[in-house]
Design a protein around this ligand. Sequence first.
Ligand SMILES: NC(=O)C1=CN([C@@H]2O[C@H](COP(=O)(O)OP(=O)(O)OC[C@H]3O[C@@H](n4cnc5c(N)ncnc54)[C@H](OP(=O)(O)O)[C@@H]3O)[C@@H](O)[C@H]2O)C=CC1
Ligand SMILES: O=C(O)[C@@H]1CCC=N1
Length: 283
Amino acid sequence: MSENTQVTLPTIAMLGAGSMARAILAGLLAPHVSVEGAVRVTNRSADNAASFDNEPRVQAWATATNPEANLEAVRGAAIVLVAVKPAMVPDLLDEISPALAEGAIVVSVAAGVTTATMEAHLPEHVSVIRTMPNTPSKIGLGVTGIAAGTRSTPAQLDLICGMFSTVGEVIVLPENMIDALGSISGSGPAYVFYFIEQLTKVAITHGFSAEQAQKMVQGTFRGAVELLAQSGEEPQELRRQVTSPKGSTERAIAVFDDANIEAILLKGTQAAIARSEEMARGE
Ligand SMILES: NC(=O)C1=CN([C@@H]2O[C@H](COP(=O)(O)OP(=O)(O)OC[C@H]3O[C@@H](n4cnc5c(N)ncnc54)[C@H](OP(=O)(O)O)[C@@H]3O)[C@@H](O)[C@H]2O)C=CC1
Ligand SMILES: O=C(O)[C@@H]1CCC=N1
């Protein structure tokens, strides 16, 4: 992504302005992005909708106070981002179908929900694109997997790639790889935070205060990732530079190798993929 490239996007409606949609919205409100009109967003609760009261670039509706909220938000929108929980997607698409503009693109971020399911719940004139973003989109460092539906054109795919490029990296994939991508980069920020939490607990067990533990663990993750980004070196080489022969790091890595961390990560990601497949079946 280039922060300096000005991007212009047509009218956008976001249905379900929760964690994921708000992360994308933060990117869309960046200075290098201009969206036609206010970005329209919907929530269920009035409190959530009210959180946008001081943001003139966003127009918010709540279904709790306006049962027509989703219909009003999508009317005339060129891009409709669907960001409610996966199980709610089919009903939401049925609800908005009558109000969708001719040629609108419905873009889903919902885990598991296939383009076939979405297309079956939308009129023929509406295209579908399936995505799997992640929450670092909020600071422009997201990774989004994108798969075309059967009715989307290359130009529509380009437009949606451009939209997600405003919040980070984009990877276009065949749809059968989206769940696997979700198990790596979609869920991945949670894995990273989980490792940070675990290492912080370990530091406290070694006798450090919570404040000291936080400083050393977060500083180390941040420093290591930034070193990786800035050095252009492979992670293996950067690890070698830390792991002195016959030194202390070598002993720690040997313990991790014995525990077969790779196999544990494979098992975890397979469990995430299996859950996405369950969600695709509406379970
Ligand atoms: N969180 C993540 O890291 C990622 C999430 N996703 C996908 O994003 C989607 C949303 O997840 P997430 O953001 O975590 O969930 P959240 O619960 O944070 O957000 C869901 C939002 O949907 C709103 N909502 C519920 N029903 C309706 C409705 N009928 N009309 C309008 N809005 C409605 C809720 O409003 P209210 O709170 O007022 O009830 C809430 O703001 C899921 O499909 C998930 O698979 C994909 C990639 C990563
Ligand atoms: O946990 C979930 O289902 C969603 C999809 C990837 C990240 N969050």
